[in-house]
Write a protein that binds this ligand. Structure first.
Ligand SMILES: Nc1ncnc2c1ncn2[C@@H]1O[C@H](COP(=O)(O)OP(=O)(O)OP(=O)(O)O)[C@@H](O)[C@H]1O
Ligand SMILES: [Mg+2]
Length: 151
């Protein structure tokens, strides 16, 4: 599924909608360049779990930020991960999946084979404020229902 956002606010709103479709165990992998809008979307996703978007930051030294909500919510940023050893030492494999919901920036650092069961979000930046956002791995009927209700 592909949607277009023309502002950070819209990207956050798309995140909020996506968040409403998630359930415990889901892993959302975000792919896009620096400044693509990944953290902006995480703010939206987090808000649908009752987390204030102000509490979601792009603190680049925090690889894993956990939030004590139900289900537990994790914002993971792998930008600084450079090797499989780095990745291993984050403890990520004990955190994602299971009963928690995780959203991962720079998910390409995970290595492909682990992504099969996840929701995947790809950002393209065709113009300064425009983002084309492709979402894979969600039930598109549920997404459409939600849009219809909110229209
Ligand atoms: N439609 C849009 N959606 C999201 N962000 C937008 C949009 N248009 C402009 N922007 C700007 O793009 C930037 C997105 O920043 P954000 O931190 O979300 O990106 P990121 O992908 O997390 O970057 P990084 O790789 O550094 O973590 C912000 O400065 C925001 O104002
Ligand atoms: Mg970011």
């Amino acid at each position: 599924m592909r949607v277009t956002s023309s502002s950070p606010f819209e990207t956050e709103e798309i995140g909020r909608r996506l968040g409403r479709l998630l359930k415990a165990g889901d892993i959302v992998c975000l792919f896009g360049d620096l400044g693509a809008g990944k953290t902006t979307m995480v703010k939206g996703i987090a808000s649908s779990f009752g987390i204030s978007s102000r509490d979601v930051t792009s603190a680049s030294f925090t690889v894993i930020a956990g939030y004590p909500v139900t289900p537990p919510f994790y914002h993971i940023d792998l930008y600084r991960i450079e090797s499989p050893d780095d990745l291993e030492s984050t403890g990520i494999w004990d955190i994602i999946g299971g009963e928690s919901v995780s959203v991962i920036e720079w998910a390409e650092r995970l290595g492909d084979e682990k992504l099969v069961q996840s929701v995947r979000v790809y950002f393209e930046e065709p113009a300064e404020d425009i983002r084309v956002i492709t979402i894979e791995g969600i039930n598109e009927e549920n997404w459409s229902d939600m849009q219809a209700r909110q229209a």
